[in-house]
Design a binder for this molecule. Sequence first.
Ligand code: MTE
Ligand code: LUZ
Ligand code: MOS
Length: 752
Amino acid sequence: MKNTDACLHVRGESVFIDDRLVPEGTLYAAVLSSPVPHAKIIEFDISKAKSVEGVEGIFTADDIPGVNQIGNIIKDEVLFADEEVHYIGQPIAIVVSKSDVISHKTINEIKIEFVKFTPVFDPRESYKKGQLITPTRTFSLGDVDNEWKKCDLLIEGTVESGGQEHIYMETQGALAYPSEDGTIKIISSTQAPTAVQRIAANVLGLPMNKIEVDVLRIGGGFGGKEDQAVPWAVMTALASFKLKKPVKLVLHRKEDIIMTGKRHSYSSDYKMGLSKGGKILAYEVTFYQNAGAAADLSTAIMERSLFHATNSYYIPNAKITCISCKTNLPPNTAFRGFGAPQALFVMESAIYKAADKLGINPSVLQEKNLIKDGDEFTYGMILKNSTARKCWQTAEKHYSIEKLYKDVKEFNSKNKIFKKGISMMPICFGISFTNTMLNQASALVHVYTDGSVSVSTAAVEMGQGVNTKIRQVASEVFSININRIRVESTNTSRVSNTSPTAASTGADLNGGATRIACMNILERLKNFVSDKHKNQNLKTVEIMDEVVYLNGKKTGLKWDELINEAYTNRISLSAQAHYATPDIYFDKKKEKGEPFAYHVFGVAVTEVTLDCLKGIYEIDSVKIVHDAGKSFNRLIDLGQMEGGVVQGIGWATIEELMYAKDGKLLTDSFSTYKIPDIYFAPFEIKVHFLENKNTQVGIFNSKAIGEPPFLYGIGTYFALTKAMKEFRPDLKEKFSIPLTPEKVLLALYEKP
Ligand code: MTE
Ligand code: LUZ
Ligand code: MOS
């Protein structure tokens, strides 16, 4: 079963925002954004810009009929800067004209002057100044303070990880149409249609029922459109509301990179205590999260860092603290993994440092401390159905790890300039939004009189294949051919109060709702057939492969005939259903609960070859054993694995955001910000899905797949540092991501 969108993509027939045929009279908006990181606006003059031929409107904070506020969790972010600006790239105004070119040119005709303030970019510095996004939170288990003295080995360290630009293929954008009675329809490239609807309504001072948001598909989101699709959509809505004309805004790539937030960089301090035998007895860590100038999703991301700080290990005494620091950068936001990659990198760094001290292979410590059934996470959840160890053992056998180590050792002994390194990277990722409320979804299913089926849900298709999975659900429940089923656009008038498609829950939640809606219609159909055969000793009615079976015997009645008959007899052929993940909760006062429906485990074995003369490297292979439950669609899941791994490797190795002293982003294009291409990607990515068919979790016993594979990318960092140490045993490891070839080279030849 392929991702059914693949054919459209390959032919260039999929319709993204910029592919839409626009109505006559459509206007184009361009954004004026701040060129300085922190300042007061003292002069703002649009008189010249206003008179440019073709310009139909210029809108600022003063033109907002409702509230100038787009903060989602914390109300701390304006749509347009009013008095002060807080980061380079912060929107101040939009120019709307007959063409994209005129709008962009006219931006330069707006006169604006600032009085500059001193900006802060470093999270530790903003922490010292008391500039926090939200109060600091701590999770704790056992008693670290009491445990340190019982440890045989104590290690401490600092770990850095950089940000990451999303590089979704489709940049941010939206198209808004005015309709009658002051209503507006917004086509948005968003993962969160309801957030766009709600915030557009607030900004325009309208009730939500006057805003309809529609998302056909988006050209990648990766978290970058969970919160940050909102401003652009609201800007088009505002302009279209004011001008009574359709308005389109699609960011140019450079604008997108400059104006939008990224993965949070983290700076962290840790302390770890171990027994002689290599048991991790205590772990304390403090994450300084670089949130940027507004909260955005930082508080939720901080939470996931707290949840995942101990990765797939059981540590009886732990104290995990996260501090969300306000800086003069664009508000950082969701990105695949959502705070977990940063936390896992610190944990693994601690393990590698400890192994170094003990003079053993880090994999010994990793394996020894893997979490098992009955163990408690720092947040009080007792693990059930752990596959951490099973994945590890399967990887050892399946990929002949011992031989791999031997071969690498031999290679290194024979080569002076080229060195190889191997790492093991176990992962753990909790599935569910950490905010319990968000774990709900709805579906609306129609069966038409010809037997074709239409499904609407809250899920946004962003390339992850959720629409194909939803089609599979309807096809399984009805037992009809998948080609009869269409998944419609995600639309707030058809499916309301949607959670964002995020946290890897798209298929679980929306597939869950689809399943219930289909089952309701099926039930009605079966009852209809039973009623028809009343008094005929009918025990069972079933539909299999589009044919009706009575008492297990095939009849001549086909699916489309059944539907037609049911319609003729006035049976409803539509259903709406709601799904909420059962039995999850979290008590924020105690910082304990069962926030996740289940956990995903796996392990990656990474092998790299380093050219120690040039500092460049190649990734020979990433071999993974992954628990996907009973994979619901192998090809899609494999695609998610490969994409996630490569994206994670990019973050760990070559994707480097660089800023000038004044905070200006220097890596604002593809020539300076390098993401993995096919040449950089591992030569081989092998995925072995663990045979774990009895998991009673997820949609049809599958496990969510969207984000977890990203975490395997961290393994490449450690494989590289191992190779570096083969060349230079006295290497001073910095535990800093990304480990670019440049940094490798400098470290290899750094003076001791
Ligand atoms: N895959 C593609 N092709 N494009 C994307 O934007 N986003 C990832 C992941 N895989 C993404 C993707 C992220 S961050 C998440 S949370 C999940 O997909 C969201 O979809 P799901 O919940 O349906 O897995
Ligand atoms: N978004 C969110 C997420 O709002 N809550 C989450 O827990 C989450 N997790 C991963 C990715 N996005
Ligand atoms: Mo994904 S970071 O949950 O959009």
